[in-house]
Ligand binder design. Sequence first.
Ligand code: HEC
Ligand code: HEC
Ligand code: HEC
Ligand code: HEC
Ligand code: HEC
Length: 203
Amino acid sequence: MQQLFSARADRRLRFGMLAGAIGLGALGLAAWTLARSDRAWGVGVAAPQPVPFSHAVHAGGLGLDCRYCHATVERAASAGMPTAETCLGCHRQVWSVSAQFAPLETALSLGGSIAWSSVHRLPEHVRIHHGAHVAAGVACGTCHGVVEAMPRTVKIETMSMGWCLDCHRGAVAGSAAARAGHDAYTHFGIALPPLTRCSTCHR
Ligand code: HEC
Ligand code: HEC
Ligand code: HEC
Ligand code: HEC
Ligand code: HEC
């Protein structure tokens, strides 16, 4: 049978297919890397807030304790957020002239809570317990960075599952409390260490 395409056209087709395959591969790799980049996880990106607030001014400069505004961090799952009263307790006296505190007065007349934006929010199916970490001696800065130096609050770690597990695997061997929990499980023939079990973090 006679050749339909010249040898040259054949070569061109093969080359084209090869280049296409390499191009697709490179595109896939780029997408894969991008999805895992810090930027894609929102690391270093501040969120707009209803009232301007600076940790650098309040926790850094004024030296206020984290618990002054995040009152439940030692005992509850949630760290807790300041209400309008917490801010106005000081800001009726200092800096009170500024119109930027108007949303606080509005919030107060509606019951006090303010809709702060979160840069750390985990998906619905994941839970974390602040009290358990504080009790185990994990410092705020381990997960949140040097918040007291931040003029605008940003995330410094991805808060991805892999990031949590990196510590939970090590913590099982490291912390005494975690070790005791681990031993209780192995006593009943359960092999998985509790801190890495799915149900530790997933509902
Ligand atoms: C005077 C009150 C006040 C103090 C003191 C304070 N914070 Fe905050 N914190 C806030 C407010 C208001 C927000 C929400 C606005 C923002 O993110 O900047 C916030 C947000 C945060 C967030 C982000 C929460 C999220 O959902 O993404 C972290 C983390 C945090 N604070 C940690 C700390 C740590 C650690 C300290 C102590 C070093 C501290 N804060 C001290 C008022 C305070
Ligand atoms: C313990 C008292 C105290 C509390 C509580 C407090 N502040 Fe302040 N705040 C101050 C003082 C004092 C200054 C002035 C600091 C300076 O000039 O260095 C200030 C400055 C500010 C400023 C102007 C400087 C800046 O950051 O741009 C804003 C805005 C502000 N506070 C918002 C808030 C909000 C919002 C809350 C509640 C989450 C809050 N403050 C809670 C004492 C307080
Ligand atoms: C093991 C890591 C870890 C440690 C340690 C930690 N946090 Fe958090 N924090 C998180 C995560 C993850 C979230 C998001 C929680 C969510 O979406 O349910 C968060 C959320 C917050 C919030 C927003 C309110 C809330 O509870 O959702 C504040 C405020 C906060 N942390 C303050 C602190 C302070 C203050 C400390 C130290 C006393 C601290 N955190 C220690 C991981 C940590
Ligand atoms: C730097 C280390 C570290 C990181 C990072 C970390 N954890 Fe933990 N976590 C611990 C330690 C230590 C404990 C306490 C173990 C104990 O008390 O037995 C703990 C306990 C917990 C508990 C409570 C377990 C229980 O039932 O008592 C939950 C839930 C949890 N972590 C979720 C998370 C999630 C979700 C993340 C990521 C967003 C995370 N942790 C990141 C070290 C860490
Ligand atoms: C130490 C805490 C922790 C443990 C243990 C854990 N996860 Fe997760 N998991 C997370 C966090 C945090 C996320 C959310 C990451 C994000 O923001 O997308 C997540 C997300 C997921 C998702 C959603 C996937 C995605 O990309 O959003 C699945 C599915 C999942 N986990 C399954 C599991 C299974 C199965 C196990 C047990 C083998 C497990 N996880 C154990 C913390 C944990």
